[in-house]
Write a protein that binds this ligand. Sequence first.
Ligand SMILES: C[S@@+](CC[C@H](N)C(=O)[O-])C[C@H]1O[C@@H](n2cnc3c(N)ncnc32)[C@H](O)[C@@H]1O
Length: 451
Amino acid sequence: MKKRDIVEFKIDAMEFGGNSYGYVEDERVDIKGGITGQKVRVLIKKIRKDKIEGKLLNVIEKSPIEKAVTCKYFGECGGCSILSIPYEEQLQIKEGQILDLFAEKDFIGFKFLGVEGSPKFHEYRNKMEYTFGDEEKDGPLTLGLHKKGRMYDIITVDECFLVDKDFRKILKITVDYFERKKIPYYRNLTHKGYLRNLVVRKGLNTGEILVNLVTSSQMELDLGEYVNSILNLEIEGKVVGILHTLNDGLADVVKCDELKILYGRDYLYENLLGLKFKISPFSFFQTNTKGAERLYSIVREFIGNEKDKVIFDLYSGTGTIAQIVSKNAKKVIGIEIVKEAVEAAIENAKLNNITNCEFIAGDVGEKVKYLKEKPDLIIVDPPRPGIHKDALKDIVKFNAKEILYISCNPKTLVRDLAEFKKANYDIVKVKGMDMFPNTPHVETVVLIEKK
Ligand SMILES: C[S@@+](CC[C@H](N)C(=O)[O-])C[C@H]1O[C@@H](n2cnc3c(N)ncnc32)[C@H](O)[C@@H]1O
């Protein structure tokens, strides 16, 4: 086998995160995407001593496990890559992936409670970040998701069932409006153009919707007519704010240079487990509301009913977990790097009449070592890269009896658990919660205890 060869093989197994592999003449080839049992055509991209990497060109034969009904964009769109696998089997695959990763580190003797399915399998997302573009050179304006494996081609996904009807209607009216006006989209190659993203957020329990149009500052456009078209839409929810974010950053990510409120307010409210949360446009909030209610209930179950604990909530976002566990606590201290999320957390605690939570803005790696309290329980919920090794060293120094680790990446989770094990922590309980049906991702909750 050599670089640029095109090979065909059957996929042997899928790994956590969406990669899979198969064998060509006893040599393992790793690819992005793919489902166990599919016969695929693959372009060999890299041959290294320890690894051969290929690019999936197309699926020649479906896998026998692909029995579920898919959507019209399946196979072309980069989202929902395992939609064709029946949901029960998706959960089994995720369970196997978590257990494999734990086994690779020789973790044994813990209670594994399986992977719980999301209460909603379709229309579960409360936030979508759509991109403006086109599907073919100089074709009509599109607004939606990236085509699979293509950086610059965008498919309009106005029939996508990851979100509810309101999202689909807002997307459709937006793309039609700007196509009619012939407004150019921002091209990432030349950095010229205006329309960049449309971010829609909805409180699934309150019905409140926030629409955020993200553009460059290369044009000055009167957006009054667009705002009215959104406000006149017949939808189930209620649009509480229409925002205009200016972003002249070169990277293809939503970043805010300036935020203008075109209508209403720049936040929405969501209710979760009897608490009210104010969510600002750029703060982290779990994207599967019904799944988040289950995830946080698992957190409550894992920490038990013992009262008067001192709890740290590290990587606290808008303070959801801190407030949910506050009933069991004498005091909760949250640390979060996004300043506006901390401001929202403080406001949220006031809104919920919670007086025993304190939130600190900053990097866990810098702030945690200065905390004076002695925690009984430390909750960590880091982003995908996991806990920075220096922060982990400082966390361990607190000698807390229990640590509850919530992770959206079981690979970095097991890496960090191995460090906690070295510091004399034992894994007690593990449970997966599927916050992301039809995608290769899964959330894992782990309780560890000091020996
Ligand atoms: C997976 S989210 C968890 C948020 C929150 N626990 C929740 O359930 O909504 C991870 C959070 O960590 C924050 N974060 C990322 N790196 C950080 C760091 N070095 N220090 C503090 N917070 C960080 C992110 O902004 C994000 O809000």
